[in-house]
Design a binder for this molecule. Structure first.
Ligand code: DX5
Ligand code: ZN
Length: 215
């Protein structure tokens, strides 16, 4: 059964507490938090202080997606804010293995994200050390973009590598996933889907979240 990690990027930011509670009601498995710095990606969102304020609202694990340059500068802040899983971009840090080890040193699960144009080979030698691979299925920076079709092949290849090496790694995909294309993307071998606009642009966030759960 695929897990769902709704992104609050497209939520009503003035009513975040209510939005998170709706996701909880809908059965969300994680809450996906998109942190952007205006440098690694051309957009700015929020940081650790907001995540810390959201933390007491729910027990659902926080899946923090860092789209920031040199994330090693802020790992501790996100751990202290209550992240359960921290995903860093392979392209954003020079010493990827060191940054992975830092996240793990705090007892937090670690993911590595790949932009659409980044080959899977870039993470070949860190696969033994991580809990999750995030395949970006749009260029990171904005919600509501179109799914990049060639990423289906990338997900399938990642699945094959994980199965062949018998690794204990989850595969997550993020960007452009909607109710009408989710099934075919999940069938490429996913464990977790991130969904932003398709949930929050709908009339009923609770029901829409449930619909993804029932795929
Ligand atoms: C994009 C973010 C995504 C985004 C997904 O940079 O990482 O998590 O919120 O939004 P949708 O589902 O609208 O593509
Ligand atoms: Zn994301």
């Amino acid at each position: 059964m695929v897990k769902i990690s709704p992104s609050i990027l497209s939520a009503d930011l003035a009513n975040l507490k209510e939005e998170v509670l709706k996701l909880e009601k809908g059965g969300a498995d994680y809450i996906h938090l998109d942190v952007m710095d205006g440098i690694f990606v051309p957009n700015i969102t929020f940081g650790a202080p907001l995540i810390k304020k959201l933390r007491p609202i729910t027990q659902i694990p926080f899946d923090v997606h860092l789209m920031i340059d040199r994330p090693e500068r802020y790992i501790k802040d996100f751990v202290e804010a209550g992240a359960d899983l921290i995903t860093i971009h392979a392209e954003s840090t020079l010493h990827l293995h060191r940054t992975i080890e830092e996240v793990k040193s705090y007892g937090v699960r670690v993911g590595v994200a790949l932009n659409p144009a980044t080959p899977l080979g870039n993470i070949e030698y860190v696969l033994d050390y991580i809990d999750l691979v995030l395949i970006m299925t749009v260029n990171p920076g904005f919600g509501g973009q179109k799914f990049i079709t060639s990423m289906k092949d990338k997900i399938k290849r990642m699945r094959k590598i994980i199965d062949e090496r018998n690794l204990n790694i989850l595969i997550q995909a993020d960007g452009g996933i909607k109710l009408d294309n989710a099934k075919e993307i999940i069938d490429c071998g996913l464990d977790i889907i991130v969904v932003g606009s398709d949930i929050f642009k709908s009339n009923d966030v609770v029901e829409r979240t449930k619909m993804f759960k029932n795929l």
